[in-house]
Design a protein around this ligand. Structure first.
Ligand code: NAI
Length: 333
C-alpha cells in the first residue's frame, strides 16, 4: 500500500521504516495543507498529526484513501462525517503514557518530600550543609488521588509500593478496582481533609474548572502537598498562591499551569508548530516560581523515550490492522 506520513521528524522516519515493511512509504515534514498533494494523492493510508486538517478538500483530492491514522489522542482535526461518507476509516492513539505521567507525579512528590530541588541548588554552589532540608517519609502517609482513570490507577499502584494509604475521588467509582488496588473512595471534601498529598488526575472541562479553589483548599491538612500533572485550570492559582504564602500548604508540584489553555494534548508540545515562547513567558511571569517549596516542570510528564516510541508503535499497529484487515480497538470512525 502507499502510505504517506505528514509532519514527520527524522527519527520517526527511521523508526517507522525499520518496522513497517512491504509498503511504499512516503515521509513529509510539512502538514497536509502545506503540501499540494500532487505526488501523494494516490495514497491509500495517510498518517497525520494535529496540525494537518483532514477536511473535505483534502479528502476530495485523495480518491484512493482507505484510512487516516492520526498520531495523537485527539482527532478533532479530522472531519469524521466526511470520512464516513467516503468509507475512510479513522484511527487514533488512545493511551500511550499512563505510567509515564504517574512516574513524573512521584518525581514531583519525592522532590518535595525530600527537598531535592533545594539540596541540588545548594550543592551546585559548593554548599554541603543540610540545614533546613529535613524531609518527611511518604510511607504511611495518605495520598488523595482525584480522578481514578488510567493515570490515577498507576499512581495508586506506585503509592501501594511506597506503603502509602490511598484515597480516591471519582464521580464514577469502580468497586472492583477499589478492592484490587487497595484504596478507598471518598467525597472530594473528605479526600482534601484527610490527605497529606493531593494529586490531580482528572480531565479539565467546564465542570472541573477550579476544582481546587479558595473555598475547598482551606479544608486541606496544614503542610499538605498539592500535585498537578493534569491541567492547570483545575486549580485556582490565586487560591494556591494564598495557601502557599500563608503556610497552609507545605508545597506544590506543578507540571501544568492555569494559563496553558492553548494546549489540547501533550503531543502538541512536541511540534515545531507549537508557540513555545508562550509557554516560556507564562512560566517566567508566574509568581509561583518564587516559592522555594514549589516545583514547576514545563508540561513534560508525558515526555519519556518510551512514551514517544509507544505513539509510533500504536500508529504502526493501527496501520497493520488496516493492511492485514484486522479489527482494531483504536478506531474512532
Ligand atoms: P482517564 O480518562 O483515563 O481518567 C480520568 C478519570 O477522571 C476518570 O476515571 C473520570 O471518571 C475521572 N473524572 C472525570 N471528571 C472528574 C472530576 N470532576 N473529578 C474527579 N474525577 C473525575 O484520563 P487519564 O489518561 O488518566 O488522564 C488524566 C488527565 O491527565 C488528562 O485529562 C490529561 O489532562 C492529563 N494528562 C497530562 C499529561 C502531562 O503530560 N502532564 C499527559 C497525559 C494526560
Amino acid at each position: 500500500m502507499k502510505i504517506t506520513f505528514f509532519e514527520i521528524k527524522d527519527w520517526e522516519k527511521e523508526y517507522i521504516t525499520k518496522r513497517l515493511k512491504g509498503h511504499k512509504l512516503v515521509f513529509l515534514k510539512e502538514t497536509i495543507s502545506e503540501n499540494d498533494l500532487a505526488a501523494v494523492k494516490d495514497s491509500e493510508i495517510i498518517s497525520v498529526f494535529i496540525y494537518s486538517k483532514v477536511d473535505k478538500i483534502v479528502l476530495e483530492k485523495m480518491k484512493n484513501l482507505k484510512a487516516v491514522v492520526t498520531r495523537s489522542t485527539g482527532y478533532d482535526h479530522i472531519d469524521l462525517k466526511e470520512c464516513k461518507k467516503r468509507k475512510v476509516k479513522v484511527y487514533n492513539v488512545p493511551n500511550y503514557g499512563q505510567n509515564t505521567v504517574a512516574e513524573h507525579t512521584f518525581a514531583l512528590i519525592l522532590s518535595l518530600s525530600r527537598r531535592i530541588n533545594r539540596a541540588y541548588d545548594r550543592t551546585t554552589r559548593g554548599n554541603f550543609s543540610f540545614d533546613d532540608l529535613e524531609g518527611f517519609d511518604i510511607k504511611d502517609k495518605t495520598i488523595g488521588i482525584i480522578g481514578m482513570g488510567s493515570i490515577g490507577r498507576h499512581v495508586a499502584r506506585i503509592a501501594n509500593g511506597f506503603e502509602m494509604k490511598v484515597l480516591a475521588y471519582d464521580p464514577y467509582p469502580n468497586k472492583i478496582l477499589e478492592k484490587d488496588l487497595n484504596f478507598r473512595y471518598s467525597s472530594l471534601n473528605e479526600l482534601l481533609k484527610n490527605s497529606d498529598i493531593v494529586s490531580l488526575h482528572c480531565p479539565y472541562d467546564k465542570k472541573s474548572h477550579h476544582l481546587i479553589n479558595s473555598k475547598n483548599i482551606t479544608l486541606m491538612k496544614k503542610g499538605a502537598l498539592l500535585i498537578n500533572t493534569a491541567r492547570g485550570g483545575l486549580v485556582d492559582t490565586t487560591a494556591l498562591v494564598k495557601a502557599l504564602s500563608s503556610g497552609k500548604l507545605g508545597g506544590a508540584g506543578l507540571d501544568v499551569l492555569e494559563e496553558e489553555g492553548l494546549i489540547k494534548e501533550e503531543a502538541q508540545l512536541l511540534s515545531s508548530k507549537f508557540p513555545r515562547e508562550k509557554l516560556e513567558n507564562l512560566l517566567e511571569d508566574h509568581l509561583l516560581l518564587t516559592f522555594e517549596n514549589v516545583i514547576i516542570t514545563p508540561h513534560m510528564a508525558f515526555y519519556s523515550e518510551e512514551a514517544l516510541r509507544r505513539i509510533l508503535d500504536i500508529t504502526i499497529r493501527n496501520i497493520e490492522c488496516i493492511t492485514e484487515n484486522k479489527v482494531c480497538e483504536a478506531i474512532v470512525g
